[in-house]
Design a protein around this ligand. Structure first.
Ligand code: GDP
Ligand code: MG
Length: 442
């Protein structure tokens, strides 16, 4: 739905030389929707939109950019700037051992991330690392840390449910000092919901061990509520960094924006799997693309400016929605649209890096050649054959193949693709146009 409307808007404001109050309003409304769909918290969305509006208004549109493209680029930059400021790695600038306190809700990924960090600090920064669990409410949690610490190749300091978290942490700190550890990672208990007891406990812990890093671990899948969690932890603790977990899930990760804005702390790492090597330095620019569904939008902007015939695409969308049969003429018009995109390769540098890398594995020259051959095949068919592909049996196939200068197998292959697409069209009745075009584009 987002891209549907945006495509229209981008098109409408094409050819205007400046971004104006009038043309920006509609587009910002779509951006707002996109952010809300990505689960960015409402107040954060409002702030963000206000900042973009201010930056965009009256801005001259440079060179080959349309106002639509310029606005998209402003949005993307502002999003990346909001989420990142280049501060990446863990700060260990302290009299050893550098203490790192892990905070966050239950299930956020604290224990897993503790082990991931231990592994990272050992392998990338050559540190001697000790872990300890202050999660005295769940004996299994202490065992869990023991297991993952061993997997990470770090050492684990024992604790029991009978002890107080502060006592545990101080004992571990003492041990770490005596045995020359560089880093002490302190895992803590979470709760299903925020409560005062938990906050008091972790505050006391913080006061007792003076961590150089207090990391807020937050689940990227957490929706609108991320803002409340973040606020509560920020009020309790001087957070020095955020780790966004479960980015391998299919959420758009809007929590990143909310949490970053509320806490003001940098997002240092992203968790990308349950395994201990699933920890990556947070890439704000790439994440901005994800939050906004930027791949779609940029591809779309490109298509519009490359002069793809949106009218005929819309006609097709309407046809599909109405349930009419998708025939070979429609198939042909799809193929031709793909060629019109002015060299598929030109789309690639507009995509977010991850998508572009994927697209880079495809040989665009070959794709274009393949499209031309398919066109040739359809051109060798009679009008009747195009509207009633069922007619095309062996004899006709041989004639068509000869006419197009290809093998019969190739005709078969194309007909099969056509059938698959026809099938897909049936299933996609009601789907948005952009989604559809994207799938058609392969
Ligand atoms: P804690 O309660 O905050 O200590 O959370 P845990 O570390 O026990 O993690 C809760 C669940 O989330 C476990 O099943 C983890 O395997 C899983 N988990 C943690 N981080 C990630 C991640 O980055 N990706 C995925 N897919 N799962 C994760
Ligand atoms: Mg835990």
């Amino acid at each position: 739905a987002l891209t549907d409307k945006l495509s229209r808007l981008v098109k409408e404001i094409r050819g205007q030389a400046r971004i104006t109050e009038a043309n920006v309003a509609d587009m910002l409304r779509e951006v707002r929707m996109a952010l809300l769909e990505a689960d960015v918290a409402l107040p954060v969305v409002r702030d963000f939109i206000a900042r973009v509006r201010e930056k965009a208004l009256g801005q001259d549109v440079l060179g080959s950019l349309t106002p639509g493209q310029a606005l998209v680029s402003i949005v993307n930059k502002e999003l990346a700037a909001t989420m990142g400021d280049g501060v990446a790695d863990i700060n260990l600038a302290a009299q050893p051992p550098a203490v790192i306190l892990m905070a966050g809700l239950q299930g956020a990924g604290k224990t897993t991330t503790t082990a991931k960090l231990a592994k990272h600090l050992i392998e990338k920064r050559n540190k001697k690392v000790l872990t300890v669990s202050g999660d005295v409410y769940r004996p299994a949690a202490i065992e869990q840390l023991k297991t993952v610490t061993a997997q990470a190749g770090a050492e684990w300091f024992p604790s029991t449910p009978e002890q107080k978290p502060v006592d545990i942490a101080l004992a571990a700190l003492d041990f770490a000092k005596k045995h020359y550890f560089d880093v002490l990672l302190v895992d803590t208990a979470g709760r299903l919901a925020i409560d005062d007891v938990l906050m008091r406990e972790i505050k006391d812990l913080h006061a007792a061990i003076h961590p150089v890093e207090t990391l807020f671990v937050v689940d990227a899948m957490q929706g609108q509520d991320a803002i409340n969690t973040a606020r509560a932890f920020k009020e309790a603790l001087p957070l020095t960094g955020i780790i966004l977990t479960k980015l391998d899930g299919d959420s758009r990760g809007g929590a990143a924006l909310s949490v970053r804005q509320i806490t003001g702390a940098p997002i240092k790492f992203a968790g990308t799997s349950e395994k201990l090597d699933g920890l990556e330095v947070f890439d704000a620019e790439r994440h901005a693309g994800r939050v906004l569904g930027m791949g779609d939008i940029l591809a779309l902007v490109e298509q519009v400016t490359a002069g793809v015939d949106m009218a005929s695409a819309q006609k097709l969308a309407a046809k599909v929605k109405s349930g009419a049969t998708f025939d070979l003429n429609d198939f042909l018009s799809q193929i031709q649209q793909m060629r019109q995109m002015g060299g598929l390769g030109s789309l690639m540098d507009k995509l977010p890096s991850a998508m572009a890398a994927k697209a880079g594995q495809v040989d665009m020259g070959r794709v274009e050649k393949d499209i031309k051959r398919k066109e040739g095949i359809i051109h060798s068919m009679t009008p009747k054959e195009r509207t009633k592909p069922d007619l095309i049996k062996a004899t006709r196939k041989r004639r068509i193949a000869a006419g197009a200068g290809v093998q019969v197998q190739e005709v078969n292959r194309m007909l099969k693709e056509f059938e698959q697409m026809q099938d897909m069209m049936k299933k996609m009745k009601g789907a948005g146009m952009m989604k559809m075009m994207k799938r058609l584009g392969g």
